[in-house]
Design a protein around this ligand. Structure first.
Ligand SMILES: Nc1ncnc2c1ncn2[C@@H]1O[C@H](COP(=O)(O)OP(=O)(O)OP(=O)(O)O)[C@@H](O)[C@H]1O
Length: 235
């Protein structure tokens, strides 16, 4: 479904990603782990063409994505929740979700509002509230709700748990896993929260200073002490 080949990324003269090869099969879910500054966000920005200068190829179902702006990729069934969430602060929760429907098509009709509020029960009572009046956790829920409103085929999540209380992280893990199951979404998640990755995905990549140093199942990850000690600095 998603295939990244020999991807290099640059910010000006800084060479951030080095020859990344990564693939996620249709309907599968993958986490990319890495320490601060490893290049996780740069990877998602490279896939979505929303920042760095990129060399190499990013293809969905064999079709290279080319240089189209990331928000236009919604029409290709690609939804991206960046680290800063990009909630529109001066419109309501309901209107934020409505904007997410932009990427829908005949093949991928919008998800009815009632379904969104069933997945995200905490958003229902807030539907008339302005985006800027939500807590961080509520904003993250809204960002994911908006991203799935057009039934994406590929969902890219950049550190969705950052700054969230543990109870919200648990809720979000259940919700993300459920939506991916029900819609058959292919997920690429970038995280530092290993627990969240385990709950929502079945494969894992580890990035260190812009290179892939591991890829495999979570069971293989657990067996590989070098990866945990040297590349993630976990005890
Ligand atoms: N706009 C930019 N201009 C120049 N360098 C950048 C820019 N954005 C990120 N970098 C650098 O690229 C490297 C990778 O950053 P990136 O944000 O991709 O890491 P990350 O793994 O997502 O880290 P974090 O978990 O802290 O968000 C870092 O050295 C960072 O300083």
């Amino acid at each position: 479904m998603l295939k990244v080949e020999r991807l290099d990324a640059f910010y000006g003269q800084s060479h951030i990603l080095h020859g990344i090869d990564l693939s996620v099969d249709e309907g599968r879910r993958t986490t990319v782990l890495g320490r601060n500054g490893a290049g996780k966000s740069t990877l998602l920005k490279s896939i979505t063409n929303s920042g760095p200068k990129v060399e190499g190829t990013v293809a969905i179902e064999g079709r290279p994505l080319g240089s189209r702006a990331w928000f236009r990729r919604a029409k290709d069934g690609v939804a991206f929740v960046p680290e800063d969430r990009r909630i529109f602060t001066h419109i309501t929760v309901e209107e934020n979700i409505e904007l997410g429907r932009f990427g829908a098509s005949a093949a991928r009709p919008v998800v009815p509002a009632a379904q969104i509020y069933e997945w995200f029960p905490m958003l229902g009572p807030l539907r008339a509230r302005l985006g800027g009046q939500l807590s961080g956790g509520q904003q993250q829920m809204l960002a994911v709700a908006r991203a799935v409103a057009a039934r994406p085929r590929l969902l890219l999540l950049d550190e969705p748990t950052e700054g969230l209380a543990p109870v919200i992280v648990e809720d979000l893990a259940k919700i993300v896993a459920r939506i991916c199951d029900e819609l058959g979404i292919t997920l690429l998640l970038v995280e530092q929260n290993i627990w969240f990755g385990r709950q929502t995905t079945d494969r894992v990549y580890v990035l260190d200073t812009g290179s892939v140093v591991f890829s495999g199942s979570w069971a293989e990850f657990d067996r590989d002490e070098t990866i945990r000690n040297r590349h993630l600095a976990l005890a």
